[in-house]
Design a protein. Structure first.
Length: 485
């Protein structure tokens, strides 16, 4: 399943050198991709310096958007799963995934129904799924599958869609994301059903297309593209509306059961604009971050496993937010990757567990903005959580409110054969109702109390601090009741 047999000696040498230069920056997840170094070199005509620059930008981008874990940690919003018309419809005869995109997408509806960061992450999520699909197809085909086929359908494009600024900006964003971070993955692009309105839309997009991408695009009106699709895709794999034989079980040629076609997003999905309540809250701090600059807040943490808690909102636009750590005189390290946060639909809240004592630096970064300063309203505090929630005496001194005792669907149901506690959580509970009738502090204390109850009879032998030695422990433990001795 290797592609290396097709490489020249010069290309192999360049790959080895790029690997040597970046090996300490590459994550284990990235090392799983066999063609990584080759793709970034080819995208820059095997110029080592330019390829290294491109790859290092990609590494920073992956860190910012937490790409390594996006397939497991990110849950796409329902509105994107239903109404973003981007579908893997099958594979060509060589195993390459085939993507169908309906360019009549209701971009205005999408943008009014989801946060930009979630939309960006969903697009990344889809591309990462394609890489996983290629790995699976490589095993199935017995050879490396390293490219994809894309079909863009402009059949329903209108003048309004062709000239819509937000639609154009989103398309340009996706193209730049793909070219900068997923280079050399294209086999061929089919632009089908291109009408007069396509001639208004495409010239705006064309200016940002890399030559390697543009040269792989085939342009079609309403004819001849079905025959060309069938040359590379088996008829039983290709949906009937694209010229193949595949239909839904009920015979529907549009294959609505697995193909997302463009539809108007229902207004029920629209998000409500935040009322910006933090700026009117007593005790809230304000900080102004000038354009081309950033501001930092410093917290001295003296106890390990305490917490840093925050809530903030911007008066307008977005802001970069991240957390760094400095232990004694050691260098500063990033512990929470910087992300651009948009609080248009509500304030941003979060918490970070400070595993080590030291200095934690919170940054509000506006260095990317050439025009706008940002006003930020925030509250932030460092919590020694066991002291904050009186955990040491929570089993004896804390009485949970009746509503939580009755309706919080979290329970200690017993212990397994090894003595580990079993916690049962009913995910069909009513979190909105609980939040409406109980204080947040009580909700936290109630959950903590359940877990403290679960572990109160557990004895642990901890060797996590030792890098070298395993330990043999001989022990005898028994439970003794209060009247046993």
């Amino acid at each position: 399943m290797t592609f290396e047999n097709d490489l020249t000696n010069e290309q192999k040498i360049a790959i080895d050198e790029l690997k040597r230069r970046t090996i300490n920056a590459i994550t284990p997840k990235m090392r799983e991709e066999e063609t990584l170094y080759y793709r970034f070199l080819k995208a820059r005509d095997f110029d080592l310096e330019n390829s290294e620059t491109m790859l290092r930008k990609h590494i920073a981008w992956r860190k910012e958007f937490q790409v390594d874990t996006i397939l497991t940690d990110f849950k796409p919003p329902e509105v994107l799963m239903k109404y973003l018309p981007f579908t893997v419809i099958g594979h060509d005869r060589e195993g390459s995934p085939v993507i169908y995109a309906d360019m009549n997408c209701d971009v205005n509806g999408i943008l009014r129904s989801t946060r930009k960061i979630d939309l960006f992450k969903h697009i990344i999520f889809l591309h990462e799924k394609l890489l996983e699909d290629m790995k699976e197809q490589s095993i199935k085909q017995g050879k490396a599958v390293t490219t994809m086929v894309q079909i863009y359908d402009y059949g329903k494009m209108t003048f309004a869609k062709a000239t819509n600024k937000k639609s154009i900006e989103l398309t340009k964003f996706v193209i730049n994301l793909f070219q900068d971070n997923y280079p050399e993955l294209l086999k061929v692009v089919f632009d089908i059903n291109a009408s007069f309105y396509f001639t208004l839309f495409f010239p705006i997009i064309k200016v940002i297309l890399a030559p390697a991408v543009y040269n792989k695009i085939r342009f079609y009106g309403t004819e001849n593209w079905k025959e060309d699709l069938l040359e590379i895709i088996d008829a039983d794999e290709l949906p009937a509306f694209l010229g193949g034989n595949r239909t839904d079980p009920d015979g529907d040629p549009m294959c609505n059961s697995f193909v997302i076609h463009a539809e108007t997003v229902p207004e029920s999905y629209y998000l409500k604009k935040s009322e910006k309540i933090l700026c009117n809250t007593p005790g809230i701090e304000k900080i102004t971050v000038s354009r081309f600059s950033k501001e930092t807040l410093t917290f001295e943490v003296k106890e390990a496993n305490s917490f840093l808690e925050w809530e903030f909102e911007t008066k307008n636009k977005d802001i970069g937010f991240g957390v760094h750590f400095k232990e004694n005189d050691s260098k500063i390290v990033e512990v929470l990757p910087k992300q651009r946060i948009d609080t248009y639909y509500g304030s941003e809240t979060g918490v970070y567990r400070c595993e080590k004592p030291g200095t934690y630096i919170v940054s509000f970064d506006n260095s990317y903005s050439w025009i706008y300063k940002k006003e930020i309203y925030y509250k932030m505090r460092h919590i020694v959580w066991r002291k904050e929630f009186q955990v040491d005496t929570i089993l004896t001194d804390y009485k949970p409110p009746e509503v939580l005792v009755k309706y919080l669907p979290v329970s200690l149901v017993g212990y397994d054969k090894g003595g580990s506690p079993i916690i049962y959580t009913d995910m069909a509970g009513d979190p909105k109702g609980l939040i409406g009738f109980a204080k947040k502090t009580d909700l936290i204390k109630c959950v903590v109390r359940i877990y403290e109850k679960a572990v109160e009879n557990i004895v642990a032998f901890d060797n996590s601090y030792s890098w070298l030695y395993q330990k043999e422990v001989y022990y005898k433990i028994r439970m003794i009741g209060p009247n046993s001795v």
